[in-house]
Design a protein around this ligand. Sequence first.
Ligand SMILES: C[S@@+](CC[C@H](N)C(=O)[O-])C[C@H]1O[C@@H](n2cnc3c(N)ncnc32)[C@H](O)[C@@H]1O
Length: 193
Amino acid sequence: MNQNYWESLYQAGDLRWDKGAPSPGLVDFLATHKHLPGNTVCVPGGGTGHDAGEWARAGFRVYGYDLAPTAVRLSRARADSNGWQAQFRVIDFLRADPPFQFDWLFEHTLFCAIQPEERELYVRAVQRWVKPGGYYLAVNYLIPDTDGPPFGTTRAEILQRFSPHFHLLEDWVPRSYPNRTGLERIFHWQASP
Ligand SMILES: C[S@@+](CC[C@H](N)C(=O)[O-])C[C@H]1O[C@@H](n2cnc3c(N)ncnc32)[C@H](O)[C@@H]1O
C-alpha cells in the first residue's frame, strides 16, 4: 500500500480505522505504568494523532510519523488544539532512518496495514528506530484476514519475527474498542542492550 493509497483515503474522509480516541489498551497501559523509563517515543503510522496525544499527556516527547500528508496535518492540528508537545512528520517508516533512536516505539494498526511481504522490513525498521535497551510496545491485531488491509497475524508469527531481536517482557489481551474486543494483543518488548 503506497502513499497514494493512504493519502486518497484521508482525502476521501474514509478513516474507517479511526475510532476518534486512543487505543484503550494504550490508555490502560499508561494509566497503570506511571513511572516508565525514558522520555522519548515515536508513533509510526500514527494516523490522526490520538495515540501520540496519549503519550504526550503522559509526559513523553512525542514524534509521530505517517506516510500520508493529510494524516500529519490532522495530527498537528489535534496537537495544537490540545496543547500537546508533539512533532509530526511525513515519512515511510519502513525505509527512513530515525532522527535519533527512541526510548519507546508504539505500534497500533501499522503492522496490519502494510503488505505482509514487507513485514521483515518492518522488523528491521523497529530495530533501527528503538535504542539498545529501549522498548517496543505493540497492539497487534490477531485477525485471520488475508485480504487486507488490515492483514491479520497470529501470536506465533509475532513471536517468530520479533523474538530474535527483542526480549518479550509481557503480552496480554487488552481492553479494546467494542468492535475489536478479543482480537487485539499487546506485546511489550525490550531491545537487547
Ligand atoms: C490503519 S491506519 C492506522 C492509523 C492509526 N495507527 C490508528 O490506529 O488510528 C494505518 C496508518 O499507517 C500509515 N502508513 C501506512 N504505511 C506506512 C509507512 N510505510 N510508513 C508510515 N506510515 C504508514 C497510513 O497512512 C495510515 O495512517
